[in-house]
Design a protein around this ligand. Sequence first.
Ligand SMILES: CC/C=C\C/C=C\C[C@@H](O)/C=C/C=C/C=C\[C@@H](O)CCCC(=O)O
Ligand code: ZN
Length: 611
Amino acid sequence: MRLGKVDPSSFSEPEKVLTTHVALNWTVDFERQVVRGSAKYNFKLLQKNQKTLLLDVRDISISEVLLLAGGEETPVKHTISDEVEEVGSKLTLELPSEASGELIILIKYETSSKASALQWLTPDQTLGKKHPYLFSQCQAIHARSILPCQDTPSVKFTYSAVISHPENLVALMSAIRVNTRPGQTSFDQTVPIPSYLLAIAVGDLVSRPLGPNSSVWAEREIVAACASEFSETCEMLKTASDICGPYVWKQYDLLVMPPSFPFGGMENPCLTFVTPTLLAGDKSLADVVAHEIAHSWTGNLVTNKNFEHFWLNEGFTVFVEGKIVGRMKGNLERDFHAIRNLTNLQENLRTQLSNTPDLTKLVVDLSDCSPDDAFSSVPYIKGSTFLRYIEDLLGGPEVFEPFLKFYLNKFKFHSIETSDFKKTLIEYFQNSHADQLKQIDWDQWLNSTGMPYIIPKFDDSLGLVCQRLADLWATKYTSHLHGLPELEEKLSPLQLLDFLAKLIEHKDITDLSAEKINLLEKIYKLNETRNSEIRFCFLRLAIRARLMDRLTEILAFANSNFRMKFVRPIYRDLAGWPEAKHYAVENFNRVKNQMMRVCSNMVEKDLGLVN
Ligand SMILES: CC/C=C\C/C=C\C[C@@H](O)/C=C/C=C/C=C\[C@@H](O)CCCC(=O)O
Ligand SMILES: [Zn+2]
């Protein structure tokens, strides 16, 4: 069912009304695990004689709605519809007959302790063990569980917030901190944002400077390691500005999250959230920070109108991320990055997406599907591959990068759909590159299923050794591998990772025995690695080899963090291993309450416990 004309996942009607500003006044109540307070909205009515104003809500208790005008407060009648599963409810506000133009409305409310956007950690679940911790994750449609709102990326608003919290804790938001006193922190976000970029974290947090407008925040126990791991942040920011244009968000801070944060990173403006699984000790996973920095333009300034066009956020971001990598580490690394992504896409198509081919299209239909269910690497990797194809076709970076800047500048502060990008590209290049434009088969790229229908020519110099090793390890018996000189070849952490990912995807694996897994571990010192991606791939190979005596290790990894990129494939793999499934389910049931709701919901599906 499409809930709205503009956005299938939102009841609000952006064609009739726009939120322009929200002023939040929240108290963070750790005891009851709720946020309570109020939100004061500035709305712009786009039509005359509007009788109702619709907002999205999920698990929210409203105590009062007031219309504020001319110093008067008038109660507003309101109703909340029955809940649509995984989406929430429609909040209908009945407007007075004279309502027109600008409207100020105050809603007093409280969240539920099971608000899907929030995770409440007890002191025990933190590194410091002394204080509780709260964090949010609103993308895609969870903002509606922390405030009634037009929870659609087609609407952008500025916000301010006054947050009351325990005196000994620090509050951070996706905004600039303008005032702090013990127990109360105020914020301003003066650049309009979509609701999914609203974010909050409250905990015993400290920071270390990374540069003039950048700091990293974390719990005290890991902050030094975080400052060292992410020391390239300012260079990345400068490189991204060279590619994309001026950085408008003033501050770029990182918050290193507790291990239950479900994603690698989340591009909350002024304050990117990142998983601690990036702390490899050698900066080898810092490309996630380049990705989040790129979102400062692609996604946060130019935003998908609804999540059917999510590739405009993520495909462009991976494309710019690749350019940052290219500028900082060279074009061989840029191409290697793109090739590794394609291996990951192949894996994703073979596993998670094998029964839902429609979700492998670049532009998806979310009429009957929640964005969380549709989420995959397709918009990221097929999207960035499409842009690389276009760049190569039109003559390379010198030709395409000026267009990229033009596009970002044209649509900054706006929300767009794929046709806006297409039209702008065609208009920009039609006089100079008409013949090349004609070669783009838009229908194939946007609507065909599976792998990208054209793979650009990448320089595979860095990936060749990984392929050679994957072929060797896949096809040779363990006894024939011992002592082979090829196995002594020095690999970078990303090459080691690519080799393991290619081995997982290898078509002709013979003899994946315990001996082979042990040899792999010994030669590449996999038991010593702090690189979570490498560990993840190695443990998936152990599952593939059906090594029952490695199960404790595998489940320990699945319990060490709840980043969905890792835990979902592990549980999916375990669900396909009859002897291990029972242990996987038992383990999941034991730890699921420590997961964010989006993660436990998805793993439940991966284990086949629900549809
Ligand atoms: C076609 C897909 C349609 C809609 C999906 C939109 C949002 C889905 C929702 O589940 C939220 C996603 C948030 C992602 C945040 C960060 C990612 O870049 C992380 C990528 C995975 C990782 O590195 O852990
Ligand atoms: Zn992203």
